[in-house]
Write a protein that binds this ligand. Structure first.
Ligand code: PLP
Length: 324
């Protein structure tokens, strides 16, 4: 594992924040040049988000030491690339089509992307992936349920990659709470090269709060913590998420049921339309739909949208969109 980490990151002496040095918050602390006024916002937040991780630990049945929290799971994607991939040298494998951020983060970091198509059922093409692995392949990104195809990837194929690949398998489970299948979190213990990403942006209704999770071995989580900005999760995010975790769980579960019910109604309605060629089965909160003439449907939709927005006051639109 240690050999997979970039040398400069392995040898990195991380920034030591004022809050790293003294944990006892009952002391009067003058070492961070904060203001004595404006509590509670005046103090820097906990760099390791202990309270929040305790709550997530109970929810997910996983040790706090195996949890990384980021400014959205996008932060975790970027950090994984920066920790493991030497720019201009290493590469990552991304099965396509999938979530666009893996490619963008790799491109920003000048890390080569090897794209491999999913098979004709939108599942992992094991042979094609194994063929494209080389000595510089550090990460394989898998997304299950996959965005935009909405299906789960088969666990046996994911396991097969975990077993045979000497790099890190990153499994993005952003939509797992909408799926009938279980998360692969219980399998973290048996493998040291699996990192699972989840987020509060979808089923947890908090896309605006920016809070994402990565779960992995202590070694991987430690190195991600070393590289992240010291205070990457602010107090507003933490307290909003803590309230939701403590008091909002039942409502979130109920709302997931509502969304899944509505999804099934929408599938039925779409299937009645001549314009629709196929609605693919979904394990998430969105649908992949094949239209007979998708360009025409898109143009018509844009026209309807423009017409309807023209007839509304701007304030109405923005407040309505904000509340949705
Ligand atoms: C929406 C989404 C995310 C969420 O990213 P955040 O930065 O946590 O909002 C992650 N992965 C996939 C596949 C997504 O579709």
């Amino acid at each position: 594992m240690t050999n997979l980490i970039r040398e400069n990151i392995r040898n990195l002496k991380p920034y030591s924040s004022a809050r790293d040095e003294y944990e006892d918050t009952s002391l009067i602390m003058l070492d961070a040049n904060e203001s004595p006024f404006g509590a509670p916002a005046n103090r820097y937040p906990d760099p390791y988000q202990k309270e929040l991780k305790e709550e997530i630990s109970k929810l997910k049945d996983i040790n706090p030491g195996n949890i990384f929290l980021g400014n959205g799971s996008d932060e975790a994607i970027d950090l994984l690339i920066r920790v493991f991939c030497e720019p201009g040298v290493d590469n990552v494998i991304i099965p396509q089509p999938t979530y666009g951020m893996y490619q963008v983060c790799a491109d920003i970091n000048n890390v080569k992307v090897k794209s491999v198509l999913l098979d004709d059922r939108f599942d992992i093409d094991i042979d094609a992936i194994k063929e494209s692995i080389d000595v510089n392949t550090k990460l394989i990104f898998l997304c299950s349920p996959n965005n935009p195809t909405s299906n789960l990837l088969s666990k046996d194929r994911i396991r097969s990659l975990m077993n045979d690949f000497s790099g890190i398998v990153v499994l993005d489970e952003a939509y797992i709470d909408f799926s009938m299948d279980q998360s692969m979190l219980p399998e973290l213990n048996q493998s040291n090269n699996l990192v699972i990403l989840q987020t509060f942006s979808k089923a947890w209704e908090m896309a605006g709060v920016r809070l994402g999770m990565a779960f992995g071995s202590n070694e991987i989580i430690d190195i991600m913590n070393k590289v992240k900005y010291p205070y990457n999760i602010n107090k507003l995010t933490s307290s909003f998420a803590l309230n939701k975790l403590r008091d909002g769980k039942k409502e979130v579960c109920d709302n997931i049921s509502i969304i899944l019910n509505e999804r099934d109604k929408l599938i039925q309605q779409l299937n009645q339309l001549d314009a629709v060629n196929k609605v693919y089965p979904s394990d998430s909160n969105f649908l992949l739909v094949k239209f007979n003439d998708s360009n025409k449907v898109f143009q018509d939709y844009i026209q309807v949208y423009v017409d309807s927005t023209n007839s509304l006051e701007f304030d109405q639109i923005s407040s309505e969109e904000f509340s949705h």
